[in-house]
Structure formats: C-alpha cells, structure tokens
Design a protein around this ligand. Structure first.
Ligand code: URA
Length: 240
C-alpha cells in the first residue's frame, strides 16, 4: 500500500483483528483509541496506516496489509473460503488470521494433504497460479501398482490424459516400487486432478497424495496435518 493511501479507522482496526465494526465503535466511544497522541472520536476518520501511530487500550497497533500462512492441509477439507455443507480450509484458522480474508492459492483435492499457501495478496497468488509461469509443484504419493522406469520415461515425455490433454513433461522419482509404490512427482502445471489422472493414464491409482512444495516454498516437516504457521521473512522474500 502506498504511503499516501488512507483507510477508515474502523476498517483498519477490524482488518487488524481488533473486533467487529460495532465493537470498534464502542472502543472509540470509550476513548480507548488514540491516533498520534489524540483520542479518536470518529470511527470513520481516515488514517495513514503506515505512518500514523494508532494505539488501542494503550498498545500500539502494528499495521500490515498482507498475511502469508503455510498450512499442512488435512484430508477432508475443501480448498475454499466457504461452502454451504463441507468443511473448508479457512475453518482451520484462528479468528486473528481470518480477519485478513486470506484465501488458498490454488486447490488441493479434498483427500489430498500437504502444502497450501493462504494469503490475501492477490497479485502473488496470480503469479504463482499463472499457467505461463510453470511453477513446479512436488507431490509425494502412494500408488496402487508397480511403478516402473517405463512410467518415469512416459511422465518425462508427458502423458495423454483421458480427455486427450497432453501434459507437459513431469519428473517422476520412484522411492519404492512394489505392489504398492511410493513416488515423488514434480509437475509444472496444475490441471484438475492432474497427478491422479497422470497415473490413471498409465493404469495406476493414487491412494494417498501430499504436496511437498510449490515453487520455492517447502512444506515445514514440523507441521502436522491441520497445523499452520506464518511464513518467515525469508520465505516471503523467496516468493515476492
Ligand atoms: N493432483 C491431484 O490429482 N490432486 C491434487 O490435489 C493435486 C494435484
């Protein structure tokens, strides 16, 4: 946000998770909000979020526009902000993060686990999802069936999906090849159900799927399914 951009005081404070508009109004009425040393009395007053010093109940509010969260998505949740009947990944976040209106960058299937970036930075999301950018995504998967070098070669050339779409080359690494195989696959595009459909094209079935990385962002092994944390400054720097 440019330095000269102004924001309504109540909007800024709700954005920072300090309460609903109604609650903020009450705080202001109770003279609990101070702007540059002067008690605020109008929720609609415009402030410069980056340069004005705003205190609520004696504490200076650290303004920030964007948040970046790394979630280890658990199975059973939709990669969406809301849904009429199903659980969505936003349900996993504490209120203090929900107030920033984050959304998932891309989608993982309901039964897929792993790295999901949540942010309210639309420009970054757009860049990561742009088909032109070919951002690599690496998945770990369990496969029903023996994955062979022939599959590695086929994926390396790109495979034809059941709808006729020819995928870009992907990098398939066999970790264990048996009646149930373990693999890692890196792809550079993000078609619907892509990993599952690539394996279907070689007559095999994905029984477990987890995303390990997306571009420079790698899933933190400390995060259990359902857990999340803010990105570090360094991780944000890699993405921007
Ligand atoms: N490919 C899939 O098939 N499913 C996902 O969730 C992600 C990639």
């Amino acid at each position: 946000m440019a330095e000269k951009e102004k924001l309504r005081l109540d909007k800024l404070l709700t954005h920072m998770g300090l309460g609903t508009r109604k609650e903020i109004k009450k705080l202001i009425k109770a003279k609990q909000v101070v702007i540059n040393g002067a008690v605020a009395n109008d929720p609609g007053v415009h402030v410069y979020p980056k340069s004005d010093i705003i205190e609520v109940q004696g504490e200076v509010i650290e303004y920030r526009e964007y948040i970046y969260l790394m979630l280890n998505k658990p199975q059973g949740f939709l990669s969406a902000t809301e849904d009429a009947s199903e659980k969505v990944v936003l349900d996993l976040l504490e209120q203090k993060y929900q107030t920033f209106d984050p959304f998932p960058v891309g989608r993982l299937d309901r039964d897929t686990e792993g790295l999901l970036l949540l942010t309210n930075n639309g420009k970054l999301a757009h860049q990561l999802l742009s088909p032109k950018k070919h951002v690599p995504k690496t998945y770990y998967a369990l496969i029903q069936g023996v994955v062979t070098e022939k599959d590695v070669e086929a994926f390396g050339r790109g495979v034809k999906l059941e709808d006729g779409y020819q995928t870009m080359p992907g990098h398939l690494k066999i970790l264990r090849s048996d009646l149930e195989s373990e693999i890692e696959l890196t792809i550079y595009e993000g078609k619907y159900h892509q990993v599952k459909r690539m394996f279907e094209s070689v007559e095999k079935k994905v029984t477990f799927l987890k995303r390990l990385s997306m571009g420079p962002l790698v899933l933190d092994p400390e995060l259990k399914p359902g857990e999340y944390r803010e990105l570090t400054e360094e991780e944000i720097g890699l993405l921007l």
